[in-house]
Design a protein around this ligand. Structure first.
Ligand code: GDP
Length: 311
């Protein structure tokens, strides 16, 4: 059993990015805990606006902040809009972390991503691989902003003694994802493509790349249990990885999603589209040793997500 360093009980908690995939799952999870959840919907607070973010934090004074806000997207969106990705993620990250510090927030959990590790890192990728090599070019802009975030946490800890920690989840999916064929991540994009093809009676679906890359997928409801755990039981400058331990090729993922959605036509890979990094399988032994393990197998998670989409 892990030792509790900090308790969320009775705390004022703010999830920056409350309407995203992680934010909405975390909101669901925190219903099971005795916390006071603060809310700042996007329509009321734009986190790229520094003064507005500082003012909101100073006025509402959370005890704990989960920084899950960001501009996110799949490989297509990252390649097409790198300036938007680096700008918006840098500004939101700086505004929330510095604003939290200025408002006296002593506990912050920053959400990173497995793409922060070097493209050619040895797999499984341990936390110590950070900044040991060049990044994967297709998501370098996003990764640099995420690295800046984890370094902000590390240095605010060193200079100001803030208990800010960084969590690096592997590729996430879930019912609150952005189901967009062009801009979304691979799982929601494939699901929509197969569903539309089935409905239209199309005989083939075209996917991106070669199908050879390997990815590790984690179901968002599993991740948020890890977030609640680390918020209470992890306190260190080094990031902590959160992976499912289940790896699959894009080719096998496509066939699995075709089965789940009932699409029976051909699956074609368009290798003029990028593959991205060949493999990014996390070493999650640190979070495992705190007592957390993913509970949802990929196929079960995909069936749940598809069930929700079908309505
Ligand atoms: P990544 O893990 O950061 O590369 O991001 P994605 O979630 O976008 O996954 C990209 C991987 O899935 C790459 O190898 C793509 O070539 C492959 N892929 C295949 N079809 C699709 C698709 O329709 N959309 C997306 N986003 N990726 C696809």
């Amino acid at each position: 059993m892990h030792k509790k360093l900090y308790s969320l009980q009775g705390k004022r908690v703010w999830i920056a990015g409350q309407t995203g995939l992680v934010g909405r799952s975390l909101t669901d999870e925190l219903q099971n805990h005795d916390v006071l959840l603060l809310s700042a919907p996007h329509s009321a607070l734009d986190l790229t606006q520094q003064q507005a973010t500082f003012d909101w934090l100073a006025a509402h004074k959370p005890d704990v902040v989960f920084m899950a806000a960001g501009r996110v997207g799949g490989i297509g969106a990252n390649v097409e809009y790198p300036a938007d990705f680096i700008r918006d993620n840098l500004s939101m990250t700086l505004n929330v972390i510095d604003g939290a510090h200025k408002a006296g927030v002593d506990r912050l959990v920053f959400l990173g991503s497995s793409c922060i590790y070097p493209r050619d890192a040895t797999n499984p990728i341990g936390e110590d691989a950070l900044l040991t090599g060049a990044l994967e070019p297709t998501n370098e802009a996003y990764a640099i902003a995420k690295i800046a975030g984890l370094k902000l946490c590390e240095h605010y800890r060193a200079q100001y003694g803030r208990n800010y920690i960084s969590v690096m989840p592997t590729n996430l999916y879930g019912g609150y994802d952005n189901f967009d064929k062009d801009g979304g991540h691979v799982i929601p994009a494939m699901m929509i493509k197969f569903m539309e093809a089935k409905k239209a009676g199309a005989d083939k679906v075209t996917l991106w790349g070669t199908g050879a890359p390997l990815r590790e997928f984690l179901y968002a409801p599993d991740l948020v249990r890890a977030l609640v755990l680390v918020a209470q039981a992890y306190d260190d400058a080094a990031p902590i990885n959160v992976g499912s331990g289940e790896e699959v090729s894009i080719y096998d993922l496509a066939h699995l999603i075709a089965r789940v959605t009932g699409f029976e036509g051909d699956i074609v890979f368009d290798d003029s589209k990028p593959d991205g990094t060949p493999r990014k399988f996390l070493d999650s032994s640190k979070i495992n040793s705190l007592g957390w393990r993913a509970q949802t197998k990929l196929e079960a998670g995909l069936r749940e997500v598809y069930g929700g989409l079908k309505g």
